[in-house]
Design a protein around this ligand. Structure first.
Ligand code: KG4
Ligand code: ZN
Length: 338
């Protein structure tokens, strides 16, 4: 690699994003065009609308990433793009743009797993130390991932039903809060003084899996019962109670796994890692435990292309290459590349 420069593209859900990363850890430019405003009135992401926006935005976003970096295509060494998982129509827009760019500029291309991207967002902040445990919490995923080295992923626990972010978004709908609900619930939870007591779902004693659908139902039932009794609910108390349940379970399971696997570093990743309550709770337990804990700044927790560029670097170093037959893989599994 002459300059260590990767152009990265991400379009798996509702953000059209391009970034340029140097040496796998330095953000040269990072452009994100959010579609949140367009999906808000539907209360969630509408796949067809997402694809249409990606088509409209992708060229501009890539050009903006190059312009902000003051670089030309010939300065680059490789193109990286999210290959999956995600909405297939959305993924394809980024993949086709990446393939066209790679072909036109004679650059190698590499397809990155979206969750590997979220995990590697941490490499943009400080070096990753192995063995490492990653708590991945987003709109589509809730996973505990053990990494013994770069490119090695072992999913030791995952959700059996809803993802944490999905539960946040659904509870927000019950409370009539706008999409995406996570940030609003987080804010409300901090305004609440009382917390409505909701259950904690631990599953089997030794399990690192999660389940959030029962908690979501408990919130819906609570609202329903209060409505039937003609009583008003306190949205802040519901948000606080819900968040306490999610945060307690995520924190406890992450701590138990970190101890069992004797990791040197714990990191949090994904949109829900932007949650203030979760960050504070993880920071507190791991500082007490004496295990270094990191979480990327908020804008690197939610979907972006910088994280895709960060994950692509160790892949390229390991000799992983895609080609121009690459396709969107909506159900792609997180596999090790070493
Ligand atoms: O990683 P992400 O941007 O997209 C996916 O790959 O899914 O995560 C989006 C999810 C949404 O469910 C959103 O409500 C949630 O992250 N989220 C939060 C917060 N900020 C975003 N959830 C809880 N607290 C937050 N502060
Ligand atoms: Zn994501």
């Amino acid at each position: 690699m002459k300059n260590g420069l990767i152009l990265a593209i991400e379009s798996s859900c509702d953000e059209t994003a391009a970034a340029i990363i140097r040496n796998g850890h330095e953000i040269v430019s990072n452009v994100v065009a959010s579609q949140i405003e367009s999906h808000k009135r539907f209360g969630g992401v509408v796949p067809e609308i997402a694809s249409r926006h990606h088509v409209e935005q992708i060229t501009m976003v890539i050009e903006e990433a190059l312009a902000q970096a003051k670089l030309k295509p010939e300065d680059l060494d490789a193109v990286a793009v999210t290959e999956g998982p995600g909405l297939v129509g959305a993924l394809l827009i980024g993949i086709n743009a990446a393939k066209a760019f790679a072909f036109a500029n004679n650059l190698p291309i590499v397809g990155v797993h979206h969750i590997a991207g979220h995990i590697y967002a941490n490499a943009l902040v400080q070096p990753m130390e192995f063995p490492l445990l990653a708590l991945v919490v987003s709109g589509g995923h809730t996973e505990l991932v053990y990494m013994k080295e770069h490119g090695s992923f072992e999913v030791i626990g995952e959700t059996r039903d809803d993802a944490a972010g999905e539960a946040y978004d659904k509870v927000a709908r019950v409370l009539n809060l706008p999409y995406p609900g996570g940030p609003r619930i987080d804010q409300l939870a901090h305004e609440g003084e009382e917390a409505v007591p909701f259950p904690r779902v631990w599953l089997e004693e030794d399990s690192y899996d999660f389940s959030f659908s029962g908690l979501k139902s408990a919130v819906i039932n609570y609202k329903h019962n209060m409505d039937q009794r003609g009583e008003d609910i306190s949205p802040a108390a519901v948000a606080k109670g819900f968040q306490e349940s999610v945060v307690e379970v995520l924190t406890a399971k992450t701590l138990r796994a970190a101890r069992q696997y004797r990791v040197k570093q714990v990191i949090a990743a994904g949109g829900v890692a932007a949650n203030k309550g979760l960050r504070a709770s993880l920071e507190a337990v791991f500082s007490k435990e004496g295990i270094p804990f990191f979480v990327p700044p908020l804008k690197l927790c939610t979907d972006n292309a910088a994280m895709i560029g960060a994950a692509a670097m160790p892949m390229l170093e390991a000799g992983v290459r895609g080609n121009l037959t690459m396709n969107g893989r909506p159900g792609m599994e997180l596999k090790s590349w070493v």
